[in-house]
Design a protein around this ligand. Structure first.
Ligand SMILES: Cc1cc2nc3c(=O)[nH]c(=O)nc-3n(C[C@H](O)[C@H](O)[C@H](O)COP(=O)(O)O)c2cc1C
Length: 381
């Protein structure tokens, strides 16, 4: 009798080792360094037939790009995105139609000043990733921080623009809600205001306070942390998964993957630890159209790892930029004790430009879960 060949398939994601990929069905791989010729991403798993324009992607990159106010790094990058693969142009010559094959996008680096970084070629900036990259890889692209630079996040923003299109009716928005100890007044929250100030603040009253405060920080060559809130509306109830593939788990993981993020909350987050069960549970009623209605949203739109259909709400804390002008004690790769003062152009508060990055990571996570739900249940179109 002829032997039947047996093929073993291991259910392990292909990118288990190098960790430049996230997502399962909406799968994003980024590549590139701060001072290399270009950076970009490959989005695999985009549903065929999805239509988008280059301007749909560019708009989000424009929101993230550096040099737009005195409160962010003065590096000048146009961040013009090119789509290299995975699309066909429609007859209008502009609309791109996803073919279902990998969508590769590229953004050129044009304003590198690598000499600013020669002093830290051997010295470890306290609070930055210099020491750990050397320990792990034994070789480090110190120019602009190499791969540890948040330049990489431009590629995520490009992927996020496509993710937003994958889920019909999805709206993902973000805002800066705290700089240092100065918080917004949530009673003043107005989404229209977010586009009217250099901080993405939904509260116009805090803007002059933040301006004065950050001017002082910037002139002192120092830096400060911040809190960003991201909200997704139009998330279909039922997407997500229990136990090991929770929607909140994946959101937390993907937000935490952003440079300088040190904490993530879903819904009322750490405040849930301070209140009673009566206060915390979102009560339910039947709406006028017979639909379920939640009377509050402490859960941040997720219960048991699965979306309730309410807005998905997440916040993340960003640490102060480690690159500062004040000398800090450190060591170098030759084993000497040194003092490090970081030159170059840096964001005094990286939380500002983290707003569109957080939005992109939330959009990618939801798009991935949307496709996973469709694959498993076939409910969603
Ligand atoms: C939008 C953005 C811009 C950033 N710009 C800088 C910068 O100019 N200088 C700096 O030292 N760190 C900057 N960072 C933070 C570093 O990339 C980050 O602290 C570093 O990679 C170490 O990683 P960790 O803070 O997550 O441990 C930025 C982060 C973000 C999100």
């Amino acid at each position: 009798m002829e032997a039947i060949p047996v093929r073993l398939t291991l259910n392990i994601p292909v990118a288990v080792m190098s960790h430049n990929t996230f997502g399962h069905l909406f799968r994003v791989t980024t590549w590139g360094e701060s001072h290399g010729p270009a950076l970009g991403c490959v989005v695999d798993g985009c549903p065929p037939g999805l239509r988008f324009m280059l301007a749909d992607i560019q708009a989000w990159l424009d929101k993230r790009k550096p040099g737009q106010s005195r409160f962010v790094t003065q590096r000048r990058e146009d961040d013009l995105v090119k789509v290299l693969s995975g699309v066909m142009l429609d007859d209008d010559g502009e609309t791109m139609i996803a073919t279902g094959t990998p969508i590769s996008m590229m953004i050129e680096n044009t304003d590198q000043r690598s000499k600013d970084y020669s002093e830290i070629a051997k010295r470890y900036r306290p609070g930055h990733a210099d020491y750990t990259y050397d320990v792990k890889y034994g070789i480090r692209d110190y120019r602009g921080g190499g791969r540890s630079s948040a330049r990489e996040t431009a590629a995520r923003v490009a992927a996020g623009a496509i993710a937003r299109k994958v889920v019909p009716g999805l709206i993902v928005r973000g805002a800066l809600v705290q700089i240092g100890k100065h918080r917004i007044d949530r009673a003043n929250w107005d989404w229209a205001e977010v586009e009217n100030n250099p901080f993405f603040s939904p509260d116009p009253a805090i803007v002059p306070v933040w301006e004065d405060y950050l001017d002082g920080i910037r002139k002192a060559g120092s830096s400060i942390g911040a809190v960003v809130e991201v909200i997704a509306e139009g998330v279909p109830a039922g997407i997500g998964a229990p136990i090991y593939g929770k929607l909140d788990q994946d959101i937390a993981s993907n937000l935490m993957s952003i440079n300088a993020v040190k904490g993530v909350e879903i819904g009322n987050g750490f405040a849930a630890a301070e209140i009673s069960g009566e206060e915390n549970a979102d009560e339910m009623r039947i709406g006028s159209g017979g639909e379920p209605v939640f009377l509050s949203n402490k859960a941040g739109g997720i219960l048991g790892g699965i979306a309730t259909g309410q807005p998905v709400v997440a916040r993340f804390a960003i640490k102060p930029t480690s690159s500062i002008l004040t000398e800090r004690r450190s060591i170098d790769s030759d084993g000497n004790e040194v003092d490090v003062r970081t030159k170059g152009r840096h964001d005094p508060c990286v939380g500002i430009r983290a707003v569109p990055i957080g939005e992109a990571m939330l959009a990618c996570t939801i798009a991935d879960h949307y496709l996973r739900d469709r694959g498993q249940t076939g409910r969603l179109k």
